[in-house]
Design a protein around this ligand. Structure first.
Ligand SMILES: Cc1cc2nc3c(=O)[nH]c(=O)nc-3n(C[C@H](O)[C@H](O)[C@H](O)COP(=O)(O)OP(=O)(O)OC[C@H]3O[C@@H](n4cnc5c(N)ncnc54)[C@H](O)[C@@H]3O)c2cc1C
Length: 387
């Protein structure tokens, strides 16, 4: 017989960056909030993420809505981390380090020229650098470098430090964090018209007026939602390495993005080398081929990488919707809210996702920049699947 455990205003399914950021902002609005995490907090994609905050590097023609959302989130970052540091007394690991996009050969240089033209047309601040100037700014780059773009506005953060700070801040604000609490299904009432909480896999019920789905790549495994209220999310595997310079910081000051990987300095002699993009279902095993390709490209561009020590090899699952854009705000059932599908940008989007969901949970409209990302855009796909 299931037993009642608790009653909250908001139950959040998933304790990754999305769930934690939303919980902090919701709790601070006075909503009694619980985060339900089946494993340990921030051990999904969030633990693996490089932490680039790079809307300009990632800007794609035809994705203006996502660019606006990403830039709105980056604009919020300095204030977000300042408040978070004060609330948690922890350093969230933010670095206004800037980013260099680099090309190794003629083909890549031509591609970079196109990227420059696209960004200039969008009015984005990007500086074209000849190899000599790029190597003056980042002396560890190989002399074979052909071209670089400097994007001083694209920054980085350590997602592990950020999530640890959020967890402390949530508890200090009075929110509840439950690890080892796997949600089996979302419980509805009034003939499925509104959510009433969740049921855990051990049969316990958590009552809540609103439920936020922030379950990363595992959204599809949640039972209880009628077909018309579901949102399709798939896992996209990314392999990554954590490297360490025994000599300390100094090899690189900026994020270096190449074709197709990147190196992200943490500022203390550690570097994140990423990442593959693979549609492999829920497989998270790092492979020799994946890691080889990452290292081969990085060492060609930054030969000093060969001297770094390997601290960790890992793979994570990015949560991708059919249009690879997030799904934010109210769902098709009363009290259902989405903070899911952040794909390659979940760390970057954390402040705007948190603010948008906190507003929505408090009964306010989503901020204008978040409105194109509602769950209703998948309605036709759900109908197609159902028919
Ligand atoms: C290799 C790699 C590099 C990346 N680099 C960057 C980057 O540089 N910048 C950037 O912005 N983004 C990056 N990302 C993307 C980013 O990691 C994700 O967008 C983000 O972490 C998604 O956060 P999330 O909270 O939605 O999912 P997750 O972090 O995966 O968290 C979901 C959580 O939900 C829990 N959960 C699932 N089902 C249940 C259930 N039924 N009950 C309870 N709990 C449940 C899981 O255990 C998990 O902890 C990267 C991703 C990868 C894989």
């Amino acid at each position: 017989m299931p037993h009642t455990t608790d009653r909250f205003d908001v139950a959040i399914v998933g304790g990754g960056i999305a769930g934690l950021a939303v919980a902090w902002r919701a709790q601070r609005r006075g909503l009694r909030t619980v985060v339900l995490e089946r494993d340990r907090l921030a051990h999904g994609a969030t633990r693996v993420a490089a932490g680039m905050l790079a809307p300009i590097s990632e800007a794609r023609v035809g994705e203006r809505g996502l660019l606006a959302l990403s830039r709105a989130s980056l604009d919020r970052y300095p204030g977000f981390v300042e408040e978070l540091a004060a609330a948690s007394q922890r350093d969230p690991g933010y670095s206004a380090c800037g980013t260099l996009l680099v090309a190794r050969d003629r083909d890549e240089a031509e591609a970079l020229e196109r990227e420059l033209a696209e960004r200039t047309a969008l009015g984005l601040p990007v500086e074209r650098l000849l190899p000599s100037e790029a190597r003056r700014r980042e002396p560890a780059l190989a002399p074979t470098l052909r071209l670089a773009l400097d994007i001083p506005g694209d920054h980085a953060i350590d997602p592990r430090a950020l999530s640890a700070a959020l967890a402390v801040a949530i508890e200090r604000a009075g929110g509840a964090l439950r690890e080892g609490a796997a949600v089996a299904r979302i419980v509805t009432a009034d003939d499925g018209e509104r959510v009433a909480g969740v049921e855990l896999t051990d049969g316990a019920h958590v009552h809540a007026d609103q439920v936020v789905v922030a379950a990363g790549a595992w959204v599809g495994a949640l039972d209880g939602l009628p077909a018309h209220a579901r949102v399709p999310v798939r896992p996209v595997k990314g392999q990554i390495m954590r490297l360490r310079d025994p000599a300390g910081a100094g090899l690189l000051a900026r994020v270096i993005r190449m074709q197709p990987g990147y190196l992200v300095p943490r500022g203390d002699g550690r570097y994140i080398l990423g990442a593959t993009m693979e549609e492999q279902g829920f497989d998270t095993a790092p492979t020799a081929g994946g890691i080889f390709e990452l290292l081969r490209d990085a060492i060609e561009l930054v030969p000093g990488v060969a001297e770094l020590q390997v601290e960790e090899v890992a793979a994570g699952l990015r949560p991708g919707t059919p249009d690879n854009a997030p799904v934010l705000g109210p769902g098709a059932v009363d009290g259902l809210q989405w903070a899911a599908g952040c794909f390659r940008h979940g760390i970057l989007l954390a402040p705007i996702v948190a603010d948008a969901l906190a507003a929505s949970l408090a009964g306010e409209p989503l901020p204008a920049v978040a409105r194109p990302f509602g769950a209703e855009r998948f309605a036709s796909q759900r109908e197609a699947v159902a028919s």
